[in-house]
Each structure stands twice: as C-alpha cells, then as structure tokens.
Design a protein around this ligand. Structure first.
Ligand code: GDP
Length: 297
C-alpha cells in the first residue's frame, strides 16, 4: 500500500515551512490550504477534511507552535496525531464471546472481498491463536462462492459448513451453528451473500441471519479502491445492520487513501483489519498510528 500522491503533497506542503524559520499565521493558512487540497484529491470525505483542517489549524496557530524553533516539525506532529485520530486512534480488537463460539458475520457487496477475508480471518485465528474456527457458506446466490470457500477451507485446513444452494441462508446458519457447538469450535465465521449494490431483499436477509445468529461481530468488508463509494456503502450497511467493524480490502491497490481516512469518522465504526493482497496471509490488524506514519512518509 502506498498513497503516493497524498504523501508527496503533504511532504511538499509542510516541507516549504522548513525554510522559513519562525512562522506567521499567514504561513499556517497557506499550508492548511495545501493540506486541504491534498486530502480532497485523495478522495477524503469533505466533511472529514473540513473538521480535520479546522482542528489542525487551531492547534497550529497555538503559541507553542508559532514561537517554536522548529515549527514545521511541530506541524508534522500535529498532522500525524490528527490523522491517527481520524482513523480511530488505536487498533480495535475483535469482539469475543465469553462463551465459545465467538460468532463473526461477514457482510459486504459482491466483489468487495468478503469470502476471501472470511478465509483469511479463519487462517489468522488458527495460526495466531491456535483457534479452531469453522466457516459457514451462506452465500447461496453465487454458487461459485460456496466452492471458493470450500477450496480456501481445504487450503487452510478449516472446516466449511455448506448445504448447497437450495436451503435458505438462515437455515444453513442455524444448522451450521449447531454443528459448531457440537464440535466445540471456538469461532464461527459466516460468509453471507452480497449484491452489486445495496438492496432491501439483501438487507432483510442479512437482518434475519443477524437475528438468528446474534453475532458478536458483524464485519463489513469494503473495497478501499472504491474511495468515497466505499464510505457510502459502509453507511448503508451500518444504517441497516449496525455493524461492529470494518475490513478495508485491496489497500494494496489503493493509491489514494480516501476510504481509509473517511470511514471511521463518517460511520463511527472502527476499521479492524486491512487486506493487503490476494494471498491468504494478506490480512493485518489495522493500526491507525502506523497508517498515519505511512501516509506522512
Ligand atoms: P466477495 O464477492 O465479497 O466474496 O469477494 P471475493 O472474496 O470473491 O473477492 C473478490 C476478489 O478480490 C478476489 O479476486 C480476491 O482475490 C480479491 N481480493 C480480496 N481481498 C483482496 C485484497 O486485500 N487485495 C487484493 N489485491 N485483492 C483482494
């Protein structure tokens, strides 16, 4: 992942201040203008940009900064802290059930990376926590999704519960959960159907699964490469399902960063994981502070 354009523009904007020595309010105003444009060009939500600039400006014209001998460094520090804040401050761990199994429901539009992420997450839990997860194939509308999940399950040696495409997703989940309890699986990860866009039938189906499964975690996968539409999708899903966390996928292909920088503020929901490639191991915990440092370069 590299948000090259954003990094370069932020570095240029702040770099100009280094030559100046002591700063004036006009200098701060100019650099804020450039940071604002850089963020908008990176496809960050305009309300997020507005709030961000306001905070950074207020902090930057504070006496300690203008009178400091190293004002540019101080501004870098402020931008770094505020970028971290915008993305959620600290990494947010998975919600876990006090009693096994912890139930994780994956939701998202078709193609966002739901099925892949379900398997990546199962693998992560298995290898890092020595857990015994089970996957449930609940996407009956895309027959290939069931096979895809079965193949991934075999690859990582995690059982996949499937009943084909003729049984309703709610029934599949019900039977799958019963089996997981019998087998003492400590995590159940439910793959659900997606659509090309949000529609009511899909949302009703997902609500029914949610009511039945009472998941500890509803993870929304969104494609970071789609920028602000990822944010709109997140708002849509969150409005209907009250998700508990977001997985940003395809960050490896995202050159701008708009989704990463907007989703937390717009939806209020934490980004818990990020997908950074197609391999099964390409899923990492999302750390806002590390991401901010990467953005600043
Ligand atoms: P679903 O329809 O939401 O279940 O999406 P899939 O899991 O089938 O993923 C759609 C495509 O995106 C597949 O080709 C995945 O390999 C790819 N994909 C998923 N996550 C990532 C990621 O983090 N990076 C990249 N480069 N590709 C990804």
């Amino acid at each position: 992942m590299a948000f090259e354009g954003l990094t370069e523009r932020l570095q240029n904007a702040i770099g100009k201040l280094r030559k100046k020595g002591k700063l004036t309010e006009a200098d701060v105003k100019e650099v804020m203008r450039e940071i604002r444009l850089a963020l908008l060009e990176a496809d960050v939500n305009f309300k997020v940009v507005k709030e961000f600039i306001k905070t950074v400006r207020e902090r930057s014209i504070g006496a300690e900064v203008l009178e400091s001998l190293t004002p540019a460094q101080q501004i870098v520090k402020i931008v770094d802290e505020e970028l971290t804040k915008v993305m959620g401050e600290e990494a947010t761990p998975l919600n876990k059930s006090p009693k096994i199994p912890t139930i994780i429901m994956m939701v998202g539009l078709q193609g966002a990376g739901k099925t892949t992420t379900a398997a990546k997450l199962a693998n992560k839990l298995k290898t890092e926590e020595n857990a015994r997860p089970m996957l449930i194939a609940g996407d009956i509308y895309r027959p290939a999704a069931i096979d895809q999940l079965k193949i991934l399950g075999q690859e990582i040696d995690v059982p996949v519960f499937a009943l084909g495409t003729d049984v309703s997703p709610v029934e599949i989940v019900k039977q799958g959960l019963a089996q997981a309890k019998e087998n003492h699986n400590d995590y159940v990860i439910i793959d659900t159907a997606g659509r090309l866009q949000i529609d009511e039938t899909l949302m009703n189906e997902l609500s029914d699964i949610k009511d039945l499964a009472q998941p500890n975690e509803i993870l929304l996968t969104v494609d970071a490469m789609t920028g602000q539409s990822a944010v709109e999708v997140a708002e849509g899903f969150n409005g209907k399902l009250d998700v508990t966390g977001v997985v940003l996928t395809k960050l490896d292909g995202d050159t701008r960063g708009g989704a990463a920088l907007s989703i937390r503020s717009v939806t209020g929901k934490p980004i818990k994981f990020m997908g950074q490639g197609e391999k099964i191991t390409d899923l990492d915990v999302f750390h806002p502070d590390r991401m901010a440092s990467r953005i600043l370069g």
